[in-house]
Ligand binder design. Sequence first.
Ligand SMILES: Cc1cc2nc3c(=O)[nH]c(=O)nc-3n(C[C@H](O)[C@H](O)[C@H](O)COP(=O)(O)OP(=O)(O)OC[C@H]3O[C@@H](n4cnc5c(N)ncnc54)[C@H](O)[C@@H]3O)c2cc1C
Length: 439
Amino acid sequence: MDKKATVIGAGLAGCEAAWTLAKFGYKVTLAEMKPKKRSPAHSSDMFSELVCSNSFKSDKITTASGLLKEEMRIMGSLLLEVAETCRVSAGGALAVDRNLFSERVTERILSNKNISVICKEVTSIDTKRPSIIAAGPLTEGEFARALSEKTGGFLSFYDAASPVLTAESIDFDRVFFADRYDYSGKGDYLNCYFNKIEYENFQSELMSAKTVEKAEFEKDKKLYEGCVPIEMLAKRGVDTMRYGPLRPVGLVDPKTGKRPWAAVQLRKEDLNGNLYNMVGFQTNLLFGEQKRIFRMIPGLENAEFARYGVMHRNSFLHSPKVLNKNLSIVKNDNIFVAGQLTGVEGYMASAMTGMVAARNLILSDSEKTVFIPSNKTMSGALIDYITTENDSFQPMGANMGLIQPENCEFKNKEQKRLFISKTAVKKMTEYVNDYRKLI
Ligand SMILES: Cc1cc2nc3c(=O)[nH]c(=O)nc-3n(C[C@H](O)[C@H](O)[C@H](O)COP(=O)(O)OP(=O)(O)OC[C@H]3O[C@@H](n4cnc5c(N)ncnc54)[C@H](O)[C@@H]3O)c2cc1C
């Protein structure tokens, strides 16, 4: 008889989960509420929509995000296979044309014979049927209440998206292409550079700019540090932005041969380079204020906004208490949770949990043991983090600090990272091979 499972949500985690289950012969029902209903951050009807940045971050294996992606490739990631087909140049990062990416993931899911997609908003949880809940950080309404009831509670914090500009509105005579520390005169990032006076005027305007729901999120301290809006950074001190997203290090203004005082970087959003994303410019400013103040950035005086920056509530479970190591719910071990809801942070970390939850659902169905990647891998270390007792639990993205190498002395940081990465790749390969023997 066919083995069956349900996946709720065709986002990044849900698509990887459905794909993995289907690969191992499961008949999967994938329930997605789009196009009938969309969250405030989703704007297309396709699956695996990238709601903000179009970058999956560094592809270098000695970085945390590069290592995570390599491990996912070893596990057979659908998203990374598709990403390769719609890559846009972004220095050492893996960035994609977001529409092509979602289109191609959707095509692959819809044409998989083991996956049936149903378009409906799920409002309850059927505990009799093995399921993976991957409804994302904007889960709300009846379904959020049902999940809260089944697990014993939700947490939430705020997350933010940067504005996107049209390329034709940028003054290319006033900006330059360069990647940090690459002095070849080429590069993928477009740099808008400030002198001291321009920068200080900009910072001063940002400090007094009008925001949406200012009182709400500023009172609420649950703001993920990596997503602090630019206007809040401006308020922390005159130089805070210059040491953060506007840092000029590794850049040289080709006209003066000197390092600029500060620089805003823009990254391509699509293959044709028609759109540019303002890197690190998450913001909660009123749209009119974004237009007025961001146009003070040299080169962006006539900028047209293809999308304004926005901020949203971001919900996650208190996973250390409510999830088992295999990502099933403590109170209902037939139900697994994946994606940002588990308290991992970021596109790829979310997608990875979809793959691991699916593998564990398959094992639990045949009453075999819990089997997760070693905590010497980035994937295993992240899962370990979110499922280990922690009273002040907050979302966690991939980072090298999560992996403790075994008894080794290193000459420098790079050597340590290389060791961690090589060990992780070896352990992930073993995990994938051992898993095949188990099922
Ligand atoms: C505003 C915002 C900006 C972000 N920006 C970034 C960024 O730039 N980079 C980054 O790495 N991460 C970012 N994140 C964090 C996170 O990585 C993404 O949200 C990621 O998409 C999470 O993947 P997911 O699969 O958990 O959820 P999602 O990709 O959101 O997928 C959830 C899916 O479930 C569907 N769904 C929800 N409820 C139901 C229901 N009841 N019934 C049926 N279907 C349902 C939704 O329509 C959606 O398709 C951002 C998050 C937010 C909220």
